[in-house]
Design a protein around this ligand. Structure first.
Ligand SMILES: Nc1ncnc2c1ncn2[C@@H]1O[C@H](COP(=O)(O)OP(=O)(O)OP(=O)(O)O)[C@@H](O)[C@H]1O
Length: 529
């Protein structure tokens, strides 16, 4: 049972429901992991020896069992689409650029992206949910200009394709362009260090506006990282599509049977250096991969950890705290720092390396967390006392709290990493922006809607942006909806009070960097013990 300090803002009955869901999710995750064949690890020799092998899917992604890819070849027919090129792959899908057999799709696209999902039943449930949510979001309008909606991927349709071991769910969307990860690699390869300062700011603004719209629609993305952010390119064409033929010496015979004869290289590996870096005029980000999306009204406790570990917020690392939509804000702030300075704000090694610097095996989550939390504390300063108490119960080794600087070293890090084009005044604004996004307490963290109004963005706003933002802020709930919300809030408060009957009162200090507009439920928190 979680402490009442948490329940006082979410309600007793609700907390019980959440606990039950956590248990269910843990059971599903355990069962799902058992289903996946890990006989090949990512550290095994790649079956396609090539300098860019890391960017090709590993053979353990194919073969017998659950959670496997569908073998797809160039010019293959997938539903009403002909495969023309590979766009990329993730943990749960391979994505292909395809052309409608009719020339133009029912949504007016000459070229689309078909995401072919893995065959696991559990994954398929997530994929169906992803497609349905995206279709629903596509039709949704807030009636006030939909500020930010343009920066969310649009889905056209979905269908199933039969595979050796069950159906594969396919999601059709517009073909957008290379991922932000591609551009990170590009600036690195071109020796530019970081993104152009204006571009970094504009992309951050676009991501926050998309997130604000999504949160207003009642959903959290849950997995924002550079791989899931696509940069729109007019007339986008994927990479050179080179075929890499299988060299069976590293491949298990049973898997060979179900593998495609070749894998297709994708844009990430091929095209570095071919494209020009992003410019302020042409940068247009789209939030994609809604596979981890969840409803704001159902904060999650557990889910597959695919997000880069350095982008996780404290409530994700310190277990048994609700994972709310505020994890999106934290992740965007991490990406903003990397785009602006060219450096990771918090980077945690996810693999062990041997004496030659080669990756050996994956680190455990616990090991990663032991590195990650002190890094956060060093940067952001002392966490609130209730979080320190949680810290001990989450199995993390204790820190010497007396030696931690209250305000952390974020200021010094910004001074050290900031680009030459960032003025002193801008650096102050940037720090303020980051501190609001990195509030320790997820309940006091600035929302995406608060942050799009932050002064750091004022210098890049166009007349249209200002008008669209004003329309968004002018939005008021209807009288009925507002009355319903008020009633619901009172009910939640009442159930928390009932649950807290007989509990001891403990006062926790007020938060630093509290954003004024955010309703803070109470700073007098109740505990059971
Ligand atoms: N609409 C699109 N247009 C262009 N490229 C795309 C599109 N959708 C996906 N991609 C490419 O395919 C890659 C994998 O897609 P996606 O992230 O949706 O797969 P996933 O298996 O769900 O990933 P993850 O492991 O992050 O959950 C992306 O990083 C991107 O490079």
């Amino acid at each position: 049972m979680s402490t009442l300090e948490e329940e006082s803002c979410t309600g007793f009955a609700y907390a019980v429901r959440r606990q039950l869901r956590s248990l269910r999710e843990a059971a599903v995750e355990w069962r799902n992991n058992k289903e996946i064949d890990f006989s090949y690890s990512k550290c095994d020799p790649h079956p396609f020896p090539h300098p860019e092998s890391d960017r090709l899917e590993h053979c353990y992604k194919y073969g017998e069992g659950k959670g496997k890819f569908l073998p797809v070849l160039l010019n293959q027919q997938l539903g009403n689409y002909t495969v023309k090129a590979k766009l990329g792959h993730g943990n749960f899908a391979s994505v292909w650029q395809a052309e409608p057999t009719t020339g133009v799709s029912s949504h007016g696209h000459e070229s689309v992206a078909v995401k072919v999902c893995t065959n696991s039943k559990k994954d398929s449930k997530d994929d169906v949910a992803e497609a349905k949510i995206l279709l629903k979001l596509g039709k949704r309008s807030d009636g006030k200009g939909d500020f930010g909606k343009d920066h969310i991927i649009k889905v056209d349709e979905y269908f199933h394709v039969p595979g050796h071991f069950g159906d594969h769910f396919c999601i059709v969307s517009e073909a957008i362009g290379p991922s932000l990860d591609y551009y990170f690699n590009l600036v690195q390869k071109q020796g530019l260090g970081a993104f152009d300062y204006g571009v970094a700011k504009k992309v951050t603004f676009q991501l926050l506006s998309a997130t604000a719209w999504l949160h207003k629609a009642g959903y959290a993305h849950g997995d924002i990282h550079p791989h899931n952010i696509l940069m729109k390119e007019q007339g986008f064409q994927a990479g050179r599509n080179e075929k890499r033929y299988l060299e069976p010496k590293n491949t298990k015979a049973k898997d060979l049977k179900y593998m495609p004869p070749y894998l297709v290289s994708c844009i990430d590996g091929d095209d570095l250096g071919v494209r020009a870096p992003l410019t302020f005029e042409n940068c247009d980000a789209r939030l994609a991969d809604f596979g981890q999306t969840f409803k704001k009204s159902h904060p999650r406790r557990l889910y597959k950890m695919t997000t880069p570990k350095g982008n996780r917020s404290p409530e994700w690392v310190i277990k048994r705290l609700p994972i709310t939509e505020s994890i999106d804000v934290w992740a965007i702030a991490c990406i903003a720092y990397r785009m602006t300075t060219g450096k990771h704000l918090m980077f945690v090694e996810e693999r062990y390396t041997d004496a030659n610097g080669k990756y050996t095996q994956k680190r455990t989550k616990a090991d990663i967390n032991i590195d990650h939390m002190p890094m956060m504390v060093g940067l952001l300063g002392t966490p609130p006392s209730w979080l320190i108490k949680r810290w001990s119960s989450s199995g993390l080794p204790q820190l010497d709290w007396d030696s931690v600087r209250a305000e952390g070293t974020l200021h010094e890090r910004i001074q050290q990493d900031r680009p030459a084009s960032m003025s002193d005044a801008e650096a102050v604004l940037f720090e303020d922006f980051l501190r609001k996004a990195f509030a320790w307490d997820y309940r006091h963290r600035a929302t995406a809607k608060d942050l799009v109004q932050h002064e750091w963005f004022q210098s890049i706003l166009t007349k249209e942006d200002r008008a669209a933002m004003e329309a968004m802020l002018a939005h008021r709930d209807s009288k009925l909806k507002a009355a319903f919300k008020r009633g619901f809030k009172k009910l939640r408060f009442l159930s928390a009070r009932i649950g807290a009957l007989g509990a001891k009162k403990v006062e926790f200090p007020a938060e630093p960097f509290v954003v004024e507009k955010i309703p803070v439920p109470t700073i007098e928190v109740l505990r059971l013990d």
